[in-house]
Ligand binder design. Structure first.
Ligand code: APR
Length: 229
């Protein structure tokens, strides 16, 4: 079981050029999340939702991991088997930085999902409403994203990891979306040292014994250097 569990959010990818959700220029100030990030929105206007995720996938393909992603990959390489990243991000920047033990609890832009048979496959750069499932041939395909109102992936494994960890760090997340937002408090109840690394204080601050504020590309490498002594 991993000694260090790290929850990441949009803030860790902000300096890679991928927008956050709730900051002043965040995605949810430009788009109505009910229209683009709910099963009901997809049922109403599947083209709008498909276009939204195609645009985000294009941004992601054009982005590179930053110093924060690389620092977490170094941490895992230095402490094999001891580090788990639980990310709310649907980008693939942790993987591209070299992290291996990563759970994408809100799904993945680079994955497509069949609503008919639950088969997953690598998403093409541009998804189309006419795409059919490679396993069952059904045309009910969608981005493999956990929308509001759906249950995040791998919650059992995440709960077990949070219960057993000694250090829980939340990086670049506003702590406003549950169940992810409740993980820090749960880790603290189970005796973990809680660390918050963020641009500014967030909902996670009050349960964190250690807090470091600044851009992720600076505070995360510093924190990793401290941990590795
Ligand atoms: N370095 C560190 N933190 C940053 C940076 C940066 N360069 N830029 C912004 N932040 C912080 C903000 O201060 C904020 O606390 O990142 C956080 C981003 O918060 P949100 O936009 O709410 O993103 P997140 O917490 O990941 O959202 C959770 O909400 O809409 C859903 O499914 C979506 O996974 C997402 C979930």
């Amino acid at each position: 079981m991993s000694r260090i569990v790290i929850l990441t959010g949009a803030g860790i990818s902000a300096e890679s050029g991928l927008g956050t959700f709730r900051d002043k220029d965040g995605l949810w100030t430009k788009y109505d999340l009910n229209e683009v990030a709910t099963p009901e929105g997809f049922a109403r206007n599947p083209q709008l939702v498909t276009d939204f995720y195609n645009a985000r996938r294009a941004n992601c393909l054009g982005a590179e991991p930053n110093a924060a992603h690389y620092a977490l990959a170094r941490l895992e390489a230095a402490l094999p088997g001891e580090v788990l990243i639980v990310t709310q991000n649907v980008d693939d920047l942790h993987h591209r930085a070299g992290s291996k033990n990563v759970i994408q609890m809100h799904g993945a832009l680079m994955s497509a999902l069949c609503s008919a048979c639950d088969h997953r496959w690598p998403a093409p750069a541009v998804m189309h409403l006419t795409d059919t499932c490679p396993a069952c041939g059904h045309p009910r395909t969608r981005p493999d994203i956990v929308w509001f109102g759906e249950i995040p992936y791998h919650m059992e494994a995440i709960a077990e990891a949070v219960e057993a960890c000694e250090i829980f760090a939340a990086i670049g997340t506003s702590g406003q979306v549950y169940p992810a937002a409740g993980l820090a408090a749960e880790a603290r109840r189970n005796g973990a040292d809680c660390v918050e690394l963020n641009l500014e204080p967030s909902e996670i601050s009050r349960v964190s014994q250690t807090r470091r504020y600044g851009p992720a590309s600076e505070v995360v490498p510093d924190w990793v250097a401290t941990l590795l002594g």
